[in-house]
Write a protein that binds this ligand. Structure first.
Ligand code: ZN
Length: 132
């Protein structure tokens, strides 16, 4: 069974902390040991795991991505959001987290982020939890 979580971004580029939403899905699944797959079915968004304690890290990640991949750089794609497509591929549309004792196996400082690169929008992220 695939579960979906809804994400509402508020800015054009934004890292939305979805750790608690994913843990809730895991708890509802009842799976104690396994793998939690995360998949973003969008071409201008991504998912990543990174520092969750200091919000300045999120700002630095976004600022650096925006500097390396600027919004306007003579791209061919007429929709005007090529930077968002490139950022999506650079970060990646999928990730996974190990599961043990019914909990996501994350490091002390790790959080899971939905990466918005062409917001604000309503988005969704697919979650597949496999018991093993
Ligand atoms: Zn496009």
């Amino acid at each position: 069974m695939i579960r979906y979580i809804n994400v509402k971004s508020k800015s054009r580029t934004e890292l939305v902390n979805i750790t608690n939403l994913i843990q809730n899905e895991l708890s509802e699944s009842g799976v104690e040991s396994g793998i939690c797959y995360l998949y973003v079915p969008h071409t201008t968004a991504a998912v990543t795991i990174n520092e969750g304690a200091d919000p300045s890290v999120q700002r630095d990640v976004l600022a650096t991505l925006n500097k390396l991949i600027p919004k306007d750089a003579g791209y061919a794609h007429l929709e005007g959001n090529s930077d968002a497509h490139i950022k999506s591929s650079a970060i990646g549309a999928s990730d996974f987290v190990l599961v043990e004792d019914g909990k996501l196996v994350l490091g002390t400082w790790q959080s899971i982020y939905f990466c918005e690169f062409d917001g604000p929008r309503h988005r969704r992220l697919a979650v597949k939890i496999v018991e093993c």
